[in-house]
Design a protein around this ligand. Structure first.
Ligand SMILES: Nc1ncnc2c1ncn2[C@@H]1O[C@H](COP(=O)(O)OP(=O)(O)OP(=O)(O)O)[C@@H](O)[C@H]1O
Length: 344
């Protein structure tokens, strides 16, 4: 389990109650990170952290800043974007770090899986060879040891008939198999942190469930920390320890998964749940329970970003609600019932 102070960076969470299992140091610490495109804030003041063996899910509709938050963790933001705040991976500050430091971390200690495996795999190279290349690039392993490791990894991710399938090109494998190959590549160097941006969205329901089980099993086996981006609350319920709900570039609620499902405090979290975002829902589909869409970074309202869509909105919401921490939870809403509790 995680503490809210873990999930949210910890420094200003006086009321956090550490859980017994949360003694290990965080492997990822994102503190007050903002990402700007010119004068527009795309991600604002995001803090979160992950310890070994924990899964943090980032949820929210399309355009809420989930992918940018992940890209910033890996130092992979596009050139037109600037970043403020601090990101520490295994204790190393990565914001502003030289490319060689980031390269040393990426692929070795930290791996990433993207939504569409077909985009990330090389279409003209056999999948076994691609995994072998990742191993050679990031480890000292060479020769037969590499081949053995390729087979071991493909076995670990549940690829059947390995001798044949490793010789296939990506287009000869199904989407689910390609996603498994991507996971095998991500695990090639025994990373300690896996950042997975909607790894199951493009897959059918059965394969989604298999991939999630696989991630869970590997997490137990390898003690992986996982950051998982998903639109899908079914996935969250299955795999998360802690959930951070993002809206318009900010974390609006964060809590241990059971607490969030039992007692969502932010109207946006409740709207996500009421709309039953579940397996198979397409990104960008409007929420059933509330109208409207996430405001573009250039068109955010004064005060609470969610107010124009919120059934509870009142005059109060012209003032920006700060993220307030209470126990294991943090909420940014004037009506959360927590705002008189412990100021952030
Ligand atoms: N390089 C960029 N320059 C300008 N704006 C960008 C850039 N990359 C992303 N954005 C904008 O930043 C906002 C957040 O994008 P992001 O991709 O992080 O959202 P998301 O929550 O991951 O959405 P999705 O679920 O659709 O991937 C969006 O409004 C997006 O259009």
């Amino acid at each position: 389990m995680v503490t809210l102070s873990n999930a949210l960076g910890g420094g200003n969470t006086a009321a956090s109650l550490p859980l017994p299992a949360a003694k290990a140091a965080p492997i990822l610490e994102v503190s007050h990170v903002s990402v700007h495109a010119g004068r527009h804030a795309l991600v604002e003041d995001v803090s979160l952290s992950v310890k070994p063996g924990e899964t943090l899910c980032l949820v929210g509709e399309s355009g809420c800043g989930k992918s940018l938050t992940c890209m910033s963790m890996l130092g992979l933001l596009e050139d037109n974007l600037s970043i403020r705040g601090s990101i520490r991976l295994f204790g190393t500050e990565t914001t502003g770090a030289p490319e060689n430091v980031l390269n040393g971390l990426r692929g070795r200690d930290v791996a990433m899986i993207f939504q569409n495996p077909m985009v990330s795999l090389n279409p003209v190279q056999r999948v076994g060879a691609q995994i072998a290349e990742a191993i050679v690039e990031h480890t000292d392993m060479r020769g037969n040891a590499v081949d053995r490791r390729v087979v071991e990894l493909l076995d670990q991710v549940g690829i059947p008939n390995i001798a044949r399938n490793k010789e296939y090109y990506p287009h000869q494998l199904s989407g689910g198999m390609c996603q498994r190959v991507m996971i095998a590549m991500a695990l090639a160097c025994k990373p300690r942190l896996l950042i997975a941006d909607e790894p199951t969205t493009a897959l059918d329901v059965t394969i989604q469930a298999q991939i999630l089980r696989l991630l869970r099993d590997l997490q137990v086996e390898l003690g992986l920390g996982i950051v998982l981006v998903t639109h899908d609350l079914g996935v969250v319920a299955e795999i998360a320890d802690t959930v951070a709900v993002m809206y318009a570039g900010r974390i609006v609620e964060a809590a241990p998964v059971d607490d969030l499902f039992e007692d969502p405090r932010h109207p946006y979290t409740r709207a996500l749940m009421a709309s039953r975002i579940g397996f198979g829902r397409q990104p960008g589909t409007p929420l059933d329970a509330i109208g409207g869409t996430v405001p573009a970074p250039s068109a955010r309202p004064v005060g609470c970003n969610f107010a124009p869509r919120c059934p509870m909105a009142s005059d109060k919401c012209a003032t920006d609600p700060q993220l307030v921490h209470y126990g294991q939870r943090a909420v940014a809403c004037h009506f959360s019932g927590l705002h008189n509790a412990v100021p952030a």
